[in-house]
Every structure is written in structure tokens, then in C-alpha cells.
Design a protein around this ligand. Structure first.
Ligand SMILES: [Zn+2]
Length: 262
């Protein structure tokens, strides 16, 4: 039996009384485990079996294909958006989706775990803005080795300065110089201010993920669109939570399929 801090990133009913829970743990990275009896009113998991709960868990680790068994969970904190800020909840669901999609089982990323936990702490207190989500995404991509190339041509490595309109190639994972962009598709135009804003965020230390103030340049809508394209290419399919992230479309058209907020 082994103990580790963890965050609940997915819960799937497994039987009438149990869940299969996906945990992003500090010690082993992503782990799937059976939480027996977790769907009962009285259960051994200290109300920690809910999406985005941060907890300390005890697992019986199983070899290879078999699911681990969760024997204990002690809640550190659960995620509740501040006031009526549903955007915070959607962004936190997205954080869970990123950890689920972009990490591999049993591949620990302690720094990423610590950052995710700090970000959840922040997002349950501060009303969210687009820049807070960009900073989290950029930091997570950096730690996972997927940060797009923004200061150099992704193809030839030539140093590029955000001036005029940049050319971003989602498939190649970065900006292209004039020479390298010839004949390449698909390409997306990136205005100099937005390009510069993203580059600045990529160059910030990881701790900047806890900053809440917007940058004074760059268009959030444009950065959101290019980020969505890039991440969807990286994943090979669209992201469930992208359309719920700020900057927002009108409230009437936004409601995720599964909503567990109270
Ligand atoms: Zn080039």
C-alpha cells in the first residue's frame, strides 16, 4: 500500500456502488483505480470522490493491466468556483481534461502536479480571465515538452521577433519564417501583439501561472483560437471544454454536456 497526494480528474461509474477513478498523482502521474463502495452514501473516501477534489490517497498498486485499488482517500480541498463564476468551473474541468489527455499512465510529473494543485487553489478564489487560462496552458505545455516554438522558426530555427503578422503552423507546432512558410498548410495568421503576448507567457517562469493580471497587449480571442487549433492538432481531435473557455461567447450557447456543479 502506498500513499500520495492526488487530484481526481475523471470518475466513471463501474458498478452500482463503485467508481473507476482516474487520479493525477504526485508520485506516479496518472493512475486508474477502483474505488469500491464510493457511490454509497457512507463510504471510506471522506467525500473525496468528486471531480477536481485534491486529496491524499492510499493505493494498492497492481501489476501491468490490472486496475489499482483505492483503499483510502483524505480530502485536502474540493473545487468550488467563487460566487457564481461558472467560468472558473469550466476552466477547472479543462485543467482536468488536459491532465487526462496529455499525460501517460505511470509517468510522474511532480512539478506539473504541484502547479495544477496551486492553480486549482487560485481558481477557486479568483474570478478567472483568459490570461489565467493561457498561463496555465503554456506552463503545462512547457512541462510536458509541447510548448510551441514562438521565438524561433519551428522549421529552420531562425530567431524571429514578433513584428508584423506572424505565421503559425499548428501541425508543425510553432511560427514559421517567410522562407519556410512557402507551400505549407494549414497556416494561421497571428497578429504581432498576440504573438508577442504568447511569447512573453512562454518565457515567464512557471510560477507566473499564479499571476492574475492580464497582459496589456495581445487579443485574447485570437490567442484562444490559435491555442485551440494547436492543441486540437496535438490531441488529434477537438477538446470538450475549449468552447467554454474565456473569452466567452454569450451565456445562452454555453452549457457543457455534463455539469456537476451545485
Ligand atoms: Zn524557417
Amino acid at each position: 500500500m502506498e500513499r500520495t497526494p492526488a487530484v481526481v480528474i475523471r470518475l466513471v461509474p463501474w458498478s452500482e456502488t463503485s467508481y473507476v477513478v482516474t487520479l493525477f498523482t504526485r508520485r506516479w502521474g496518472k493512475v486508474e483505480a477502483v474505488a469500491k463502495g464510493a457511490r454509497r452514501h457512507k463510504n471510506p473516501y471522506d467525500t473525496a470522490m468528486e471531480l477536481l477534489a485534491c486529496c491524499e490517497v492510499v493505493l494498492i498498486r497492481k501489476p501491468s493491466e490490472a486496475l489499482d485499488v483505492l483503499t483510502e482517500a483524505k480530502l485536502s480541498f474540493r473545487f468550488r468556483p467563487p460566487g457564481r463564476h461558472l467560468e472558473n468551473l469550466y476552466a477547472a474541468y479543462y485543467l482536468a481534461e488536459m491532465l487526462q489527455v496529455l499525460t501517460q499512465p505511470d509517468d510522474p510529473h511532480q512539478k506539473l502536479f504541484d502547479l495544477a494543485q496551486q492553480v486549482l487553489q487560485l481558481w477557486r478564489c479568483e474570478p478567472i480571465n483568459p490570461w489565467m487560462v493561457f498561463r496555465w496552458e503554456t506552463a503545462a505545455l512547457k512541462l510536458l515538452g509541447h510548448c510551441p516554438s514562438l521565438g524561433r522558426c519551428v522549421e529552420c530555427g531562425r530567431s524571429l521577433v514578433p513584428r508584423g503578422t506572424g505565421t503559425f503552423a499548428p501541425v508543425h507546432g510553432g511560427v514559421l519564417c517567410v522562407r519556410c512558410r512557402r507551400g505549407r498548410r494549414p497556416l494561421v495568421a497571428l497578429s504581432a501583439p498576440s504573438w508577442k503576448a504568447w511569447l512573453v507567457m512562454a518565457q515567464e517562469p512557471l510560477e507566473a501561472v499564479l499571476r492574475t493580471e492580464p497582459l496589456s497587449f495581445g487579443r485574447p480571442g485570437e490567442i484562444r483560437a490559435v491555442m485551440n487549433l494547436y492543441l486540437s492538432h496535438l490531441r488529434g481531435s477537438p477538446w470538450r471544454m475549449h468552447r467554454f473557455l474565456p473569452p466567452a461567447v454569450p451565456l445562452s450557447s454555453r452549457k457543457p454536456g455534463r455539469q456537476t456543479a451545485s
